[in-house]
Design a protein. Structure first.
Length: 423
């Protein structure tokens, strides 16, 4: 326990400027991830795969990418916990992995076949998740404990601003028939946002490493995964997995839902605009949620409200199959409330319950699995289920997949009550 105390963040609170700079890289992450995983990759696959097999093809591609997104972060996090360089523990990995992401973007930008799309997507998932895993360790390393809620609010805001900017950029490029230029935008933004975060994280990794404890392989594996086996941090991971699974089950298939059910003529552009509405509403709720969660010393109530709003939107989609565009956008605004409230306290819950700050990046990598494992599991089953049930009855597949999202969101929301050390 002494090493954890030694590595605890200082007591001096952060100003808004340093919070903004420190979380800037998360803007770059979601500038790429939001449009790539919800619109861009779907449209590229739809262009080269027959309609009857598109759900399965999308599911397979994002599942392969999700496999890397799931396995890489805890491994890279554990490596960064033991890394010792003049430039810190996290930042060398962030810089190197971000630069290695660029070839994958080039592969996707020039892809004309399904295998090339899958290879490029898997490459990006591998390296950019490695960069994100190292970044995850910076927050508990340098942010004072009393600022965790505020830091989570800033991160939530960067999620939404980055997602919105990426979707807006994609809308501009698709509207001018320059679809593939979005990959150049991804590359520029992710590199540029790396700079302020690296500067704001100065001093990370300056604390001496705790002595390495040598264990037999079986004991070492058990120790690696121990935070997932019990305690509040394990409940945070468990609940995040189910909430993320519910979000994934809806988000990955909205593009084709808007095409087949709502009947829009340009689903890629419409989906981007719909998510922009989500994010415009989510931003103020994310900021306010982070602020009030610190002031009230409450986190769980925001998760409860979030799950309710998101499940309600999925329920209306499957019960009524709305076709009126204004109603669809109102539902996007309601979804944005839930989305913003959840990400307002997402990181704060993890930082509040970290079992040992000496291995923060490894443990935050395990926390990251709860976000990325659904990207592997959900599409693997949801894609074929969508195609199968749509073949049984037109658009029945959307009802089945979105109904599963409601169940997943309900499980993730209800079991937040099991987290005892956080209000």
């Amino acid at each position: 326990m002494s090493s954890a105390v030694a590595l605890a963040p200082g007591t001096a609170r952060f100003g808004n400027l340093r919070h903004t700079a420190l979380s800037a890289f998360w803007f770059g992450n979601f500038f790429l991830w939001q449009p790539l995983t919800t619109v861009v990759i779907q449209n590229q696959i739809d262009a080269v795969v027959p309609k009857a097999n598109q759900g399965t093809a999308i599911g397979l591609a994002v599942s392969i990418g999700g496999l890397f997104a799931m396995t890489i972060p805890p491994i890279v996090g554990a490596i960064s916990d033991r890394l010792n360089t003049p430039f810190g523990r996290r930042r060398p990995i962030m810089v190197g992995a971000t630069l290695l992401t660029l070839p994958g973007l080039l592969v996707l930008a020039t892809a004309s076949t399904y295998p090339q799309i899958v290879i490029g997507y898997a490459w990006v998932q591998f390296f950019f998740n490695a960069a994100g895993a190292a970044f995850a360790g910076i927050i508990p390393d340098v942010v004072p404990a009393q600022d965790f809620g505020r830091a989570s609010g800033f991160l939530a805001t960067m999620v939404q601003l980055g997602s919105g900017a990426g979707l807006f950029a994609n809308t501009i490029f698709t509207g001018t028939h320059l679809d593939r230029w979005i990959y150049l935008a991804f590359a520029v933004v992710m590199v540029l946002t790396l700079i302020p975060t690296s500067l704001a994280a100065s001093g990370e990794g300056s604390q001496p490493l705790p002595p390495r404890v040598h264990r037999p392989p079986r004991a070492a594996i058990h120790e690696f995964f121990r935070p997932m086996l019990g305690g509040d941090f394990a409940w945070v991971i468990f609940t995040r997995f189910f909430v993320s699974a519910g979000i994934t089950a809806v988000a990955y298939y909205l593009n084709n839902f808007f095409r087949d059910v709502v009947g829009v003529s340009d689903p890629g552009q419409f989906t981007s605009v719909w998510f922009l509405v989500v994010l415009l509403v989510a931003i103020p709720f994310g900021l306010a949620g982070g602020y009030f969660s610190d002031r009230l010393h409450k986190r769980k109530v925001f998760v409860f409200a979030s799950g309710g709003f998101q499940a309600l939107v999925a329920l209306i989609f499957i019960a009524f199959f709305p076709k009126a565009i204004p109603i669809v956008f109102v539902l996007g605004a309601a979804y944005g409330i839930g989305y913003g409230l959840y990400y307002a306290v997402d990181w704060a819950l993890a930082c509040d319950t970290l079992p040992d700050r000496a291995s923060s990046a490894k443990d935050m990598g395990l926390f990251h699995i709860a976000l990325t494992l659904p990207q592997f599991v959900v599409p693997f089953f949801a894609g074929p289920a969508l195609d199968h049930f749509n073949a049984v009855s037109p658009n029945l597949g959307y009802r089945v997949v979105f109904a599963s999202a409601i169940v997943l969101l309900a499980i993730g929301t209800v079991f937040v009550s099991r987290i005892r050390s956080v209000g």
